[in-house]
Ligand binder design. Structure first.
Ligand code: TYM
Length: 328
């Protein structure tokens, strides 16, 4: 039997080049050897305030983006998280098995909660438990995510072990799957910070639907350094990030890219990065708009996906409920 994969993306903002290179593109490479299930995790998105109309639009747009990235609906299961009620239910059960200390150690919580002053939504705190429920419901073996999510996958493993020890073998222990280079794409203006769809400033964030001129401008203004050498060094996070982006898109090693560009100024590096990004985003955008023009097709995909997801999730949840003593 093929190993099961589960992953998700929040429809909390427009998807970025970071999501594409860190997640979506890797997904397309896994579809022949695994049984992948992907969710548009709308329950996660509402941990921070969302505009209802935008949330609705982005949920469908995310699905279109998955498919346009080459993740084939015939080989992958796609569903919208709120269509499968088992997620919220298992999440509550696991919340009762999770310690406050564990959740307060989550780096993403520490970062995100700072933006909320005294009014931190409780969902932002318990959100990793919902993520654990997402993964464990499907008995996933592998979770392809960017580095920023690996702490949450670790917590998922801890919760699975705790539950299995208390009630007997119930959950498969999942592993993080990260690609060697795709794991982190940084903000072009603050290359020490991840490129994020929920950044306050968008100047350093390339969105998948950005117009070519916008992409050119954002890359040409990207922050580099005064060292002036094209090399792959931790002292030059801006240059390193652009080299990573080029190597990933062109499917080349960093050494190959550095060798080709060495001796040039940063303008050549930025031009190369722009060409690379446009070469991948222009066809992607065309396909996204085509898919968004066919809502019936999208609806058929997420409806069938939810049916399959529900079948799998219900088996796990029933097992959990029986084990903890609920009357079924
Ligand atoms: P989210 O929506 O923030 O991001 C979706 C995926 O994109 C990756 N990613 C990046 N990778 C490289 N560089 C970047 N700059 C970058 N920005 C984002 C993320 O690592 C992620 O893989 N909690 C998750 C969603 C989720 C989930 C799950 C994932 C909910 N349930 C179960 C896996 C399994 C999140 O907020 O991802």
């Amino acid at each position: 039997m093929k190993k099961r994969i589960f992953s998700g993306v929040q429809p909390s903002g427009d998807l970025t080049l970071g999501n594409y290179l860190g997640a979506l593109r890797n997904w397309a490479k896994l579809q022949d050897d695994y049984d992948p299930i992907y969710s548009i995790v709308d329950l996660h998105a509402i941990t921070v305030k969302q505009d209802p109309e935008l949330l609705h639009h982005r949920t469908l747009q995310n699905l279109a983006m998955y498919i346009a990235s080459g993740v084939d609906p015939a080989k992958n299961t796609f569903f919208i998280q709120s269509h499968v009620k088992e997620h919220a239910e298992l999440s509550w059960i696991l919340t009762c098995q999770t310690y406050m200390g564990e959740l307060s150690r989550m780096t993403q919580y520490k970062d995100k909660s700072q933006r909320h002053g005294d009014s931190i939504p409780a969902g932002l705190f318990t959100y990793p438990v919902l993520m654990a429920a997402d993964i464990l419901l499907y008995q996933a073996d592998l979770v392809p995510v960017g580095d920023d999510q690996s702490q949450h996958v670790e917590l998922t493993r801890d919760l699975a072990v705790r539950f299995n020890n208390a009630y007997g073998q119930t959950f498969t222990l999942p592993k993080t799957y990260t690609s060697p280079f795709g794991a982190r794409i940084y903000d072009l203006q603050t290359p020490t910070k991840l490129m994020s769809k929920s950044s306050e400033s968008t100047a350093g964030v390339i969105f998948l639907l950005d117009e070519p001129d916008v992409i050119r401008r954002k890359i040409s203004r990207s922050v580099t350094d005064s060292i002036g050498l094209i090399q792959y060094s931790d002292d030059q996070p801006g240059v390193k990030n652009l080299l990573n982006i080029i190597a990933l898109i062109q499917d080349k090693t960093i050494e190959e890219v550095v060798q080709r560009l060495e001796g040039n100024g940063y303008k050549a590096l930025k031009d190369e990065a722009t060409e690379a990004v446009l070469s991948v985003l222009q066809p992607l955008q065309h396909r996204i708009y085509q898919l968004l023009d066919d809502p019936a097709e999208l609806s058929a995909i997420y409806t069938a996906g939810a049916e399959r997801a529900r079948e799998i999730a219900a088996v796990t949840l029933d097992d959990v409920k029986r084990k903890i003593g609920f009357v079924l």
